[in-house]
Design a protein around this ligand. Sequence first.
Ligand SMILES: [Zn+2]
Length: 328
Amino acid sequence: MAYTVEMFERAQQIIDERRRENEARSQRRREAFEKAEPEYTRCKSEMIASVSEVIKAIELSPEKARELIETQRRRNLQAQETIRSLLKKHGLPADHLETRYTCAKCGDTGVLDGRLCACQIEVLKGLAFAEAGKKSPLRFCRFDDFRLDYYDTAYVEEFRCSPRERMETILSFCRDYAAGFDTDSPSILMYGETGLGKTHLSLAIAGEVIGKGYHVLYNSAQNIFNELQRERFGRSGTDGQYEAMLLECDLLVIDDLGAEFSTQFTNAALYNIVNTRINQSLPTIISTNLDLKELEERYTRRISSRLIGEYAALFFFGSDVRQLKRDE
Ligand SMILES: [Zn+2]
């Protein structure tokens, strides 16, 4: 399951609506209080006046300016103090006139210290779950739908087992992986010929891990790089958020690495993703039709050595089972 640009936009809209509603609510409370307590209006004018008086300090000597600023500061504080006692008199809480944001940390902007705030990530998760419940491939790729009987039982000398036996081992590894998933789980490299169930199994893991409440991003390598490129060159309006998600989600699944149009940009982006997530001990699942030698040729040793050295490698072999599925 990927966070699409549409989801980012929708999440931002939801947060913006929240902020507007919360601000409108506090505005209504202030208006009601103004009606109930005319003294409040006077205090507000006092506060505004004190601020505009301070501007005059520019034209004064330093000493006179200090004096003016101090007087206006006291005038402002006095007005605030009066408002507090007025609220008390009416039996209202001290923050009655202030905006109560759903997320006090970011004031319902969705951004905190230049990154996505936890509240926005929550909204995104909700959207991703809703989307996953629709026509997502996740729904159709469960472990229970994985058919071992498509795989040949003939022994293959080179790998010292049959494709069926290999798939039994891989399937049970993936089931255990999903069942016991936490953010310390290892990364996985699924490699081998096309049509052997790599996507099915990585989606099944993603679906189960999402079901546990983890924050999972799933997408093809091609889509991930396209999205990053759009973001990098300012065409997506997501302002680095997608990249942050790729680097920080609990589980990242990159499907079909090697099918993308590879450039210096995509190679650098891949290295950054792989490296950053390894350094933060966050698991990634990569599936690819390339073999280990092709991975090295295509992505340089810098990347391939990290994939081969740090990922649990699952090698798929056999003949393409997709035709068998279609023939049913
Ligand atoms: Zn927030």
